[in-house]
Design a protein around this ligand. Structure first.
Ligand code: ADP
Length: 716
């Protein structure tokens, strides 16, 4: 900090030193001319009255020689530029020259000595005059005064003392007083001169800085893209720069002295302007106010304003300074971006809505196709060829159902409608269920499935969705495997409480270039067309894992196999040793008809195809049932008959399934098992069913085995 402060000071000191030496040299033409004339006069007066004329000649030549040399030095100094002049050598030369000159003048009473008292007095007067005169030209430095005055006067005093006459003694005393006062006066003059020089230079510097600032301000004022407008308390424009001309269309001449409000404000914005004006009158600046203004031609222009009041000596408001930036383009771009964002969001929403409703609508006919196909499968009268066709229809139907379910999931994730219920999921439970579900597919493909359930540990996840992801990865590992290959599930504890679940297959692997596209929706890479698939399973898996705050990834080697892994928060207490599942081929069996007959089952279903299907399914399972076409009809039928179980669709006219269930419960019938049969596969629907008082939920198309198990569970 000190250094920062001293830098400008030392610059000023340098300037002062330069100024001093310039003033000292500047005074030389006058002082040298005067010295020259005085020396000649003294010589002429003393000639013929001195003890030694030769000595007087020597003195004169010495004085003239000194004057000549110093005049040459002065001339040389005047030819140099400021930088050269500020060299220290000029000071040294000037100081030395002054000292020598003082000494030479001091030699006058010695070399020009006259025994005639009036001539010697003349010498005293001349020397005192020269010394007094030198004060004015040498006072720019007190050292120069001393260097001239001391040798000149002291040599004179010495000469007077040697004479030892009363008159001279008295004179020498007066001279000593004169020397003292001259030196003191010289020092004072020097101090004042110094101060003057300093003040003058400081003022010069300040003036220069102010001038520079004005120049800069003028430049900025003219070239800035900001409109700079000033107006007085009566709102009359006093300043109007080029940018203001450009933005508002009025030239400076047109704008000056005009009312600023009239120039730039739209008629209907006066309320807003009044508010800002009041703000300014209470000494508060306006910062970043966006106002719709108008140009000379009446075109609207949106400006951002920065306005501040200007105050006078008594802190009264004397005017207003305002800056305005034309942000019309920026605003338009912002609006365009906002509009296109809204449109994109709308389009995306429309796409999700379409996918959602389309897949929902597809489920109803699919329900019938799959249900009847399943019934046909068990028809004993069909030929082998017909059975094979039925299997084809069933496979295709199932694939279509998977696709519909996945599209529904995707749409719900995109719409943000998918809700997860995160909990501690015991890995053993999860693996057990997943193994049971995937085993038939592994057996069908002659693959070895290594999934150990002997594991204790948990992950934080949504149980259903974790199973969905694992089933997707396992079914891929099976589908894209080779004959007699294997699929292994491994679990690993990683640092920071992260558990990695890996699914490793011995398939053909995925090439490096295709790996980065693998999680894109509807991208089947180069999967053989004979392998069934939709191309969205992995994309859904990724989104689900990320929603569970986890990660999913893959590494693969061509002809070596792939490893898909998911990482979730969790902990393993111990890792399990892998066991190989024994492969037993379970043949598809028709669920055996119910051993319990004579149950009174009521089915509430509005869709005729679904009515036929469910009644046929129940018949195949050995149950007879009554049919109600909607909830109202079901309620009416229950008045006369005591049913043991109610199977109800959810969406029906008049009274829907939820209302039907809640009415039954409200009427005090708590023991009747009510089972929902609905095309909605969403978990929320399930919750809604339970809330309405239902006991269970079967998703259409109902699988015969599921139907049988559920009925037996409640009828027993
Ligand atoms: P789908 O299996 O229905 O086609 P996915 O999204 O599950 O859709 O997988 C996308 C693509 O990634 C598959 O079509 C397949 O080409 C490739 N793929 C997925 N898993 C594996 C695997 N384990 N081995 C080789 N390729 C795989």
């Amino acid at each position: 900090m000190d250094r920062q402060k001293s830098a400008p000071d030392s610059r000023l000191d340098k300037k002062i030193r330069l100024e001093e030496i310039r003033l000292l040299y500047g005074g030389t033409p006058f002082s040298y001319s005067a010295s020259f004339v005085i020396a000649l006069i003294i010589y002429n007066v003393l000639l013929g009255h001195v003890s030694s004329p030769q000595n007087l000649d020597i003195w004169l030549f010495t004085i003239l020689g000194i004057l000549f040399v110093r005049s040459v030095d002065s001339y040389l100094f005047s030819t140099k530029d400021k930088k050269e002049q500020s060299r220290n050598s000029w000071r040294i030369r000037f100081f030395a020259g002054t000292g020598i000159a003082g000494f030479c003048w001091g030699l006058l009473p010695w070399l020009g000595y006259s025994s005639e008292i009036e001539y010697f007095s003349f010498i005293i007067v001349c020397l005192v005059g020269v010394i007094a005169g030198s004060l004015s030209t040498l006072s720019y430095r007190w050292e120069t005064i001393a260097l001239f005055l001391l040798p000149a006067s002291l040599l004179l005093v010495l000469r007077l003392i040697i004479e030892d006459q009363t008159f001279f003694n008295a004179t020498s005393f007066v001279l000593l007083v004169f020397i003292f006062f001259s030196l003191t006066a010289g020092k004072k003059i020097f101090n004042n001169t110094q101060q003057n020089i300093r003040l003058r230079l400081e003022a010069d510097t300040r003036e220069h800085a102010i001038e520079l600032m004005h120049q800069k301000q003028a430049l900025h004022l003219q070239n800035t893209p900001l409109a700079i407008i000033e107006f007085d308390i009566d709102l009359n424009v006093t300043e109007w720069n080029k940018a203001a001309e450009r933005i508002f269309g009025y030239s400076r001449a047109e704008a000056i002295d005009e009312n600023v409000m009239r120039l730039v404000l739209l008629r209907d914005s006066s309320d807003e302007a009044e508010k800002l004006w009041q703000q300014l009158l209470s000494y508060q600046p306006v910062i970043g106010a966006v106002i719709e203004n108008k140009t000379k031609s009446g075109t609207p222009v949106i400006c951002e304003w920065f306005v501040t009041p200007l105050t006078g000596e008594q802190n009264e408001i004397v005017g207003i300074a305002a800056m305005a930036l034309d942000i019309s383009d920026k605003k338009q771009t912002e609006l365009a971006i906002l509009k296109s964002k809204e449109e994109a969001e709308k389009a995306n929403q429309a796409k999700s809505d379409f996918l959602s409703s389309m897949s929902h609508e597809l489920r109803t006919p699919l329900n019938a196709i799959l249900g009847f196909t399943q019934l046909l499968k068990y028809e004993k009268t069909l030929t082998e060829k017909q059975q094979s066709h039925i299997r084809e229809i069933s496979n295709a139907g199932n694939l279509l159902l998977e696709l519909v379910n996945q599209i529904l999931d995707l749409a719900r994730i995109e719409k943000g409608h998918l809700q997860l219920s995160m909990e501690k999921v015991a890995l053993a439970d999860c693996f057990k269920e997943v193994r049971a579900m995937i085993l038939p597919l592994a057996e069908k493909n002659n693959l070895k499935l290594n999934i150990s359930t002997d594991i204790s540990g948990y992950v934080i996840a949504d149980f259903t969705r974790l199973k969905q992801v694992m089933l997707n990865l396992l079914s891929n590992a099976i589908k894209y495997n080779i004959d007699n290959g294997s699929v292994t599930l491994k679990v690993l504890q990683k640092e920071n409480n992260v558990v990695r679940i890996s699914i490793i297959d011995t398939g053909k692997g995925i090439s490096e270039e295709l790996l980065h596209e693998i999680f894109q929706p509807f991208n089947r890479l180069n999967a053989a067309s004979k392998i069934e698939g939709t191309g969205i399973g992995l994309s859904i898996s990724k989104q689900l894992v990320e929603m569970m705050d986890g990660n999913i990834g893959v590494s693969s080697k061509i002809n070596d196999g792939s490893e898909f892994w998911i990482e979730l928060s969790g902990n393993l207490n111990n890792t399990a040793t892998m066991e190989s599942e024994s492969l037993t081929h379970a043949a598809e069996q028709r669920p055996s008809p119910a051993s319990i007959t004579g149950h009174n089952i009521l089915v509430a279903e509005d869709n005729p195809t679904n009515q036929t299907l469910i009644l046929s399914q129940l018949e195949a399972l050995g149950y007879a049932a009554d049919l109600a076409k909607n909830g109202q009809e079901a309620l009416n039928m229950m008045v006369n008959t005591d049913y043991q179980l109610l199977l109800t669709d959810c969406n029906m006219p008049l009274v829907d399934g939820y209302k039907l269930a809640s009415t039954i419960r409200e009427r005090g019938n708590q023991q009747l098992p009510i089972i929902a049969l609905t095309a909605d596969a969403f978990p929320e629907k399930k919750t809604e069913c339970f809330k309405a008082g239902m006991n269970d939920h079967i998703t259409k198309p109902a699988d015969l085995q599921t139907l049988k198990d559920t009925l037996e569970k409640y009828l027993n």
